[in-house]
Design a protein around this ligand. Structure first.
Ligand code: SF4
Length: 285
C-alpha cells in the first residue's frame, strides 16, 4: 500500500478539510496520548516503529504526486515523536521536498520541529502545534514534550515568520476545559488560525481516560455512551453540550478577528468554510 494516502477521516461528511495527502513516517506514536483515536485502528500503536523502507518508497511516490498537492504530516502519528530523534525520517522526507512543488501542513506536539526550521523555511508550509492543557498534559500526553516547551516552540516558529495554527483539540468535558482556556489566551498572540474540537470517543480511548480520571468515569460514560450520539465510528457528545463547550473559545477568538474552525463538529453556524478546518488556506495567502 502506498505511504501517501488521500486524507479521508472515515468518509466523515462533517470534515471541512480540502483534498490533501496524508503521510505518516512512523507507525504508532510514542506520545501515548490517552485520547488518541489512531490506537483504535492501528495494531501495536504504542510500540511505535519506522515505516519499512520509508525513504526509498516515498521518493518513488513523490515522483507521481501532482504539483501543488498538499501533504499533511501526520494524521495518525506525530512526525516529531521521540523516534524521530534517532531515525530522522521526517527530516529526510522534508529535505526531499525542497526540489518539489508541493505544499506542506505539519501537525505536531513536539518542539523537536525547531531542529528542522532551516529546511522548512525553503518550503510552502503551515505549522500546527497541538496544545490541550498545561499541567494536565503530563497525564493526557505522557510521552509528549511539556506545555511550556510546546508554547516556546510556537513562539519561536512565529518569530521565524512561519504561518501557525494552534489546535486546541480535544476539549474533554470536566477535564481540560479550564486549562484549555488558559492555553487559548497564552497562545493567541502567536497563532494565525485556531482549530477547536471536542473529544470524540473511541472505546479504547474512553477507557484510558476513565482509568486516568477515575472520579470522572461515570460522568464521561453517561455523556458519551448514554446521552451521546454515534457518528462514523466515534461517540460524540450531545450537540448542545458541544456548542456550550466550544462557544466560550469561539467568542474569545472572534474578538481578536483571527480565524478559527471546528473539526468535525457539524455546527454550521460557525466557521466551516471549505479549507478552513486544518488551516491549509494559509498556504494560499
Ligand atoms: S501525538 Fe497524535 S498520533 Fe501521537 S498519540 Fe498523540 S494523538 Fe495519537
Amino acid at each position: 500500500m502506498p505511504y501517501l494516502q488521500p486524507f479521508d477521516p472515515w468518509g466523515s461528511k462533517l470534515c471541512t478539510c480540502p483534498p490533501k495527502w496524508s503521510l505518516n513516517p512512523y507507525t504508532g506514536c510514542g506520545h501515548r496520548c490517552l485520547y488518541c483515536y489512531a490506537s483504535s485502528f492501528i495494531p501495536r500503536f504504542y510500540e511505535p516503529r519506522p515505516k519499512k523502507d520509508f525513504l526509498r518508497k516515498i521518493e518513488r511516490e513523490l515522483e507521481k504526486l501532482p504539483e501543488n498537492s498538499i501533504i499533511s504530516l501526520s494524521n495518525s502519528s506525530d512526525p516529531y515523536q521521540p523516534l524521530e530523534e534517532k531515525f530522522r525520517l521526517t527530516r529526510e522526507f522534508i529535505i526531499r521536498l525542497t526540489s518539489k512543488k508541493v505544499k506542506l501542513l505539519i501537525i505536531t506536539k513536539s518542539d523537536l520541529i525547531l531542529r528542522d526550521l532551516d529546511i522548512l523555511s525553503k518550503l510552502e508550509v503551515v505549522i500546527a502545534l497541538t496544545l490541550t492543557s498545561k499541567s494536565l498534559s503530563k497525564i493526557l500526553e505522557p510521552g509528549a514534550p511539556s506545555y511550556e516547551k510546546r508554547l516556546n516552540a510556537l513562539k519561536e516558529i512565529k518569530k521565524r515568520g512561519f504561518k501557525t495554527v494552534v489546535r486546541i483539540d480535544p476539549l474533554i468535558p470536566e477535564i481540560n476545559l479550564e486549562e484549555a482556556k488558559e492555553v487559548l489566551y497564552e497562545s493567541l498572540p502567536y497563532a494565525d488560525h485556531f482549530v477547536l474540537s471536542t473529544y470524540k470517543a473511541k472505546a479504547d480511548s474512553l477507557e484510558r481516560l476513565c482509568k486516568a480520571f477515575k472520579e470522572r468515569e461515570l460522568l464521561l460514560k453517561r455523556l458519551y455512551l448514554k446521552e451521546g450520539i454515534f457518528v462514523r465510528g466515534s461517540r460524540y457528545l450531545p450537540l448542545e453540550i458541544r456548542r456550550k463547550i466550544l462557544l466560550p473559545f469561539i467568542e474569545v477568538i472572534e474578538k481578536t478577528g483571527k480565524s478559527y474552525a471546528l473539526c468535525r463538529e457539524g455546527l454550521k453556524e460557525y466557521a466551516t468554510k471549505k479549507g478552513f478546518c486544518d488551516g491549509s488556506f494559509l498556504l494560499f495567502k
